[in-house]
Design a protein around this ligand. Structure first.
Ligand code: CP
Ligand code: NVA
Length: 310
């Protein structure tokens, strides 16, 4: 039994295993012979924040593997307790859930909540997004880019925009898979220094390049993948106007895509804020693989659940 609280919890070989399992689940999808290794298990899906892809992919994955999902929204367990700390403490939520369920998938505001849960319960805890990490997304991202570019290492991945949870997990997963990464962010919105250091520590080959820079045009030059995410993550709504001002010049446009490789693909974890971090033209272009990327979330959700419980 293993938790996934952030990408750097994984060894290179764990990541390899999960990617291979996801590829296999993609191949066997819909086959009546598809195996159901989680028959009789229960999966708690604890969500403090909204979700489309993560909620649906984990619910479908859970049922497809023979297990039963139990969705718990913020109102049900965190928020409605009549005091600012919610109905009961995070440790107590965990101590209850582990008595009923075999794995806890949690989307939370603070990484500390994931850390606390994982340190207390005896069942695996899967991070379904927090303020600092989004590991299931990043695994789906490497699965998708490697499938489309037909390469398992040595891609150049350029991330443009906020050095947020998605950026952090993405660059760490890419580095562990042997890809080169470059992140272009405005001042004050970079991947944190701590996570930049972690990213460098994950290098798998000497010549691998890992850069955190300012200039989007420079970052995308020759890139195989151009990736962006929202400038205003969940929980940052009050910073919206300051953020939109700070990210002027960081929109992924067709002009920016033209600086990447001719075969470059555009990726976005979604939801996209069309007209902010990306134009309609790029989202809807032949280069865009954002919905294939979303589909990969399902194969990876199955892989992560099966991996965590075996
Ligand atoms: N990409 C992603 O995690 O989407 P949701 O927020 O809809 O789950
Ligand atoms: N960075 C975004 C990702 C949403 C999937 C957020 O945290 O809201």
């Amino acid at each position: 039994m293993r938790s996934l609280t952030k990408i750097s919890d994984l060894s290179v070989s764990d990541l390899e295993t999960i990617v291979a399992m996801a590829d296999e689940f993609r191949e066997t999808r819909g086959q009546s012979s598809a195996h159901t290794p989680l028959t009789g298990r229960f999966v708690a899906l604890v969500f403090e924040k909204p979700s489309l892809r993560t909620k649906v992919s984990f619910e479908v994955a859970t049922v497809s593997l023979g297990a039963h999902p139990i969705f718990l929204s913020s109102e049900q367990i965190f928020a409605s307790g009549g005091n600012e700390r919610g109905r009961e403490s995070v440790p107590d939520i965990g101590r209850n859930l582990e008595r009923f369920c075999d794995v806890i998938v949690a989307r939370v505001f603070r990484h500390d909540t994931i850390r606390q849960l994982a340190s207390i319960v005896k069942v695996p805890v899967i991070n379904a997004l927090c303020d600092q990490h989004h590991p299931c997304q990043a695994i789906a991202d490497v699965v998708t880019m490697e499938r489309f570019l037909k390469k398992t290492g040595g891609l150049k991945v350029a991330y443009i925009g906020d050095g947020n949870n998605v950026a952090t997990s993405l660059v760490q997963a890419c580095v562990m898979r042997g890809h080169d990464v470059v992140v272009a962010s405005p001042a004050g919105y970079e991947v944190s220094n701590v996570e930049q250091r972690v990213t460098h520590s994950l290098k798998v080959r000497e010549s691998q390049s890992i850069d955190f820079i300012r200039e989007p045009a420079y970052a995308v030059r020759g890139a195989d993948i151009v990736y962006t995410d929202t400038f205003v993550s969940m929980g940052q709504e009050s910073e919206k106007s300051a953020r939109l001002a700070a990210f002027q010049g960081y929109q992924v446009t067709s002009a920016l895509m033209a600086l990447a490789s001719a075969h470059a693909r555009f990726m976005h974890c979604l939801p996209a804020h069309r007209g902010e971090e990306v134009t309609d033209e790029v989202m809807d272009s032949a280069q865009s693989i954002v919905f294939d990327q979303a589909e990969s979330r399902l194969h990876v959700a199955k892989a992560v659940l099966a991996w965590s419980l075996t």
